[in-house]
Write a protein that binds this ligand. Structure first.
Ligand SMILES: [Zn+2]
Ligand SMILES: [Zn+2]
Length: 210
């Protein structure tokens, strides 16, 4: 397969065990969530695949609508382990700020827009994602050249086997995803959140009802 996704170097605010103070990463689109991930699976099983989860949930706007040119947008966590990461991603031409932000407690959550093209991102396999969620450090992350639903063009798979396995679930979402990509992704994300509902309710979030 030919990978077209963009790989760029990020300096970590604090060194990460088994990675050090910087690493080559890619921007992953994980069904409405965005993360910096290692482009290939690490040999070391203790090494995290997802370096930083960039997106966070705000009650006012859980899924910001895409920009005018269809560029994805998300609410970005810029505090704690993500300090200094947005500035680097802006300088690298990966993300840009939209000027919209939300107050959450004492922190400001900016809405950012992805500048990279669709084929410069990596994606999660929808079948693996529904199985494991984004908490799984062994998450299958794939480039756009892999299998993609030909009808809605919104979900990605490792191969035909994963696509077939996921079809009983996706056939209900597919017509919705064809009408509105954001709504289609929200259905997948909503199921993931329902699966993590106890985790989320502990964290003070409510599962969306669509
Ligand atoms: Zn898969
Ligand atoms: Zn589809």
């Amino acid at each position: 397969m030919t990978s077209t996704f963009k790989i760029f170097n990020i300096k970590f605010p604090q060194a990460i065990p088994s990675l050090g103070s910087s690493a080559d990463v890619a921007l992953a689109s994980l069904y409405g969530n965005f993360a910096l991930v290692l482009p290939t699976k690490p040999d070391d099983s203790f090494c995290p695949r997802i370096i930083y989860t960039l997106s966070t949930i705000v009650h006012e706007d859980p899924f910001p609508a895409p920009g005018q040119n269809g560029q994805p947008r998300f609410s970005m966590k810029t505090y704690s382990e993500n300090v200094g990461v947005l500035e680097q991603l802006e300088a690298l031409g990966i993300l840009r700020q939209t000027g919209i932000s939300y107050k959450q407690g004492f922190v400001d959550i900016p809405v950012v827009e992805v500048i990279l093209k669709e084929n410069e991102l990596v994606y999660a396999c929808a079948a693996h994602y529904e199985d494991n969620g984004m908490m799984d450090c062994q998450l299958e992350v794939i480039g756009i050249k892999h299998q993609r639903c030909g009808k809605c063009k919104q979900v990605y798979y490792c191969d035909q086997e994963c696509q077939k396995r996921h079809w009983p679930v996706h056939k209900k979402d597919c017509p919705i995803a064809q009408r509105s990509p954001t709504d289609g992704l929200a259905l997948i994300e909503n199921r993931r959140r329902a699966g993590f509902s106890s985790f989320l309710s502990n964290a003070g979030f409510q599962t969306l009802n669509l």
